[in-house]
Design a protein around this ligand. Sequence first.
Ligand code: SF4
Length: 486
Amino acid sequence: MKLFFTGHGEKYAVEQTLLTLFPQERPVYPDEPPGGDNELELAFSRGPVWCTASAVLRRAGKPYARQCRVKTADLPPEDPVLATRLTRRTLQRAFYLAAVDCLGAEPPWGMLSGVRPVKLPTRAMEAGATPRQAEAELRDRYRVSPERRRLAMDCAKASLAVKGALKPEEVSLYVGIPFCPTRCAYCSFISSSGSANRLIPDYLEALFREIDRAGQALLAAGRRVRTVYIGGGTPTTLTGDQLRALLDRLHTAFRLDPGTEFTVEAGRPDTITRDRLAAIRDGGGNRISVNPQTMSDKVLSLIGRSHRAEDIRRAYALAREMDAGYINMDLIAGLPGDDAGGFRHTLDQVLDMGPENITVHTLALKKGARLKQEDLVLPDGPAVAAMLDFAWARLRAAGYEPYYLYRQKFMSGSFENVGWCLPGTGSEYNICMMEELHTVLSLGAGGVTKGVAEGCVKRLANPKYPQEYIRGIDEILAEKQNFFAF
Ligand code: SF4
């Protein structure tokens, strides 16, 4: 979409709103004057009493115009941060209202464009607002739908409960294993598969060095690990012996307490074997994921997964038999070839298995995903909405509650990913990481360490690809050392 600005330069904020409302569009800043189609003119003018944001959106030959005002006195030059925030919000609101006229409906999250909508009510309640007031802010200021407000409020309460239990010296630990047996069609992660998996031994050697260094630095700083998450990729691409060595190393380097929340994302059922499950359990792992995404064999093959629904049942039963701890199962709404009936069938089958946690994702197709290039028919926004509506009602009726959520760009219908749990079984790591409640130390390729202190977040990213990580390990170790000055 062509964007024309007058009287302001709020590119980033406007682009976020654009991607939320029109996920298929990308911003373009042309040299020619406005007056064509698929374009937005967005102006900000300052008068003695009112400042006015004016949006004119032109789509499919029709103009949609809206204005929003804010009192000039409310934008004090002596408080530029507040003035910028209100200017931005007024511009976004004018654009949003014009877009809603054009689309004929409000998006489920209203004007909210960020990936962490739960932070708003959490912060409001920490600042003294009652739950009712925090929810009213979502409704009145951001126009969030009733269902999403309920989700956000439930997750905010879970976040506050975990935050209250955290000790100041605690951190979480993420370890990335960016390898998979094969590549799924919707995947945009940096994950190697096939012949690239020959790098695994060298990768583990570099990773073990980082684990040792990070462990020393963390303990010297008087910090402790509260939760551990081994993610990917598919960590169970590693053999049982490699997993044993990895878990041992983590225990030794970080002196983990017995019973530390410890998740291994087993993920794909084709990698879940008796030997690997034993390695995880004996190494202190007490949570795993067995991720079907869908229980439809037809959809599984369309998304490039080599397993079948029966393999998921087998992997789940094996994990129970091996006493692997709490089990999470990931589902995706909006996959190619799926529909509301198929999604219902998937959820019912997963509920029949009885995992403690179920994470309902909405398909988000990013640049690197093979599906983007393929000519497959995806369920439209209303179909995805029907899947999610059913999921929420069914999950609540089965005793699950939402405990964390996040949104992504390029997501079907501007929805969200939601983690559901049986009471008392939610993953603290997921809440800590998503709500940025404390420092998450990330090791391995693609890991982004986030140091959280006094409400600020400082990031340190490791190289994305395993080869770069292996080559650059000496510099990575030096950077990590400095980071631990905390
Ligand atoms: S298992 Fe996950 S990380 Fe691996 S290819 Fe599939 S979507 Fe990507």
